[in-house]
Design a protein around this ligand. Structure first.
Ligand code: NDP
Length: 245
């Protein structure tokens, strides 16, 4: 665990499990102050305690990324407490895969609300502060589904294509002080697939997700992007299990 020269204030959404949790642990170990956001506050509190006992700096806020005011309030609180926000890791996401003809329309809405609107809410909340500070870094955890569609992934892929496009648009429109990075994971160990409700899809996904890599593999990619000098913007990192086809 190497200490970085510059300690950043980093908000990680969806920090209560999987990639967000691993990212919070790694960035805290590297000397950053991590602010954890998610809905399961018991999980966040336990993680804050773990980070503190490992000598790191962390705090937590209940956060529902589908609620625009909630996201803005948490980001504003971070800036009140620390004077700035350097990085937002827009990681919160859901993946209730199913075929379109299963008509699980509430789950379609949920994917759009969390994976697309949630990302936009994060960007909207940090940009005014980034403007005032003269910079900042938006990291989007997209997915390999941002580049491909498979049966059952139509809406999830659409949400991740959107996340990719929004992050690229932000990069193109922003002053050089603002960096935008898309992190594009393949199959990663987490709770993501546990929320698939469609039985036929569960069977398909069990086979597809045989080869997983640990969430820390993604945390390392995020850490790499953060640690670059201010004039270097890592635009996208694709990280798949070596066995994934
Ligand atoms: P997990 O299910 O383990 O974690 C998802 C996180 O998102 C949880 O912390 C959850 O917290 C949070 N979350 C869900 N809904 C909301 C909400 N409305 N508001 C705030 N937080 C929310 O899965 P992963 O760690 O795998 O997923 C993280 C990201 O990685 C997602 O964007 C996912 O699409 C992406 N990804 C994952 C891959 C994988 O194979 N695991 C592959 C490619 C991309 P809580 O329920 O406490 O709110």
């Amino acid at each position: 665990n190497t200490q970085t020269s510059t300690s950043k204030i980093v908000l990680v959404t969806g920090a209560s499990s999987g990639i967000g949790e691993a990212t919070a642990i790694r960035l805290a170990a590297e000397g950053h102050h991590v602010v954890l956001g998610a809905r399961r506050t018991d999980r966040l509190q336990a993680l804050v305690e773990k980070i503190h006992s490992d000598g790191g700096a962390a705090s937590a806020h209940r956060l529902d990324v589908t609620d625009r005011d909630d996201v803005r309030a948490v980001v504003d609180r971070v800036v009140e407490e620390h004077g700035r926000i350097d990085v937002i890791v827009n990681n919160a996401g859901v993946m209730p895969l199913s075929r379109l003809d299963a008509l699980l329309v509430d789950e379609w809405d949920q994917m759009i609300d969390v994976n697309v609107r949630g990302l936009l809410h994060g960007i909207a909340a940090v940009l005014p502060h980034f403007g005032r500070q003269g910079g900042g870094h938006v990291v989007t955890v997209a997915s390999i589904a941002a580049h491909e569609v498979v049966p059952t992934s139509a809406v999830y892929s659409a949400s991740k294509f959107a996340a990719w496009a929004i992050t690229e648009g932000l990069r193109l429109e922003s002053d050089p002080g603002i960096r935008a990075t898309t992190i594009t994971p393949g199959v990663v160990e987490s709770e993501l697939a546990e929320h698939i409700s469609d039985p036929a899809t569960q069977d398909f996904v069990r086979v597809y997700r045989r080869n997983v890599i640990p969430a820390d593999a993604i945390a390392r990619a995020i850490s790499f992007a953060l640690d670059q000098p201010a004039d270097v913007d890592v635009n996208e990192i694709i990280v798949r299990p070596a066995a994934q086809r």
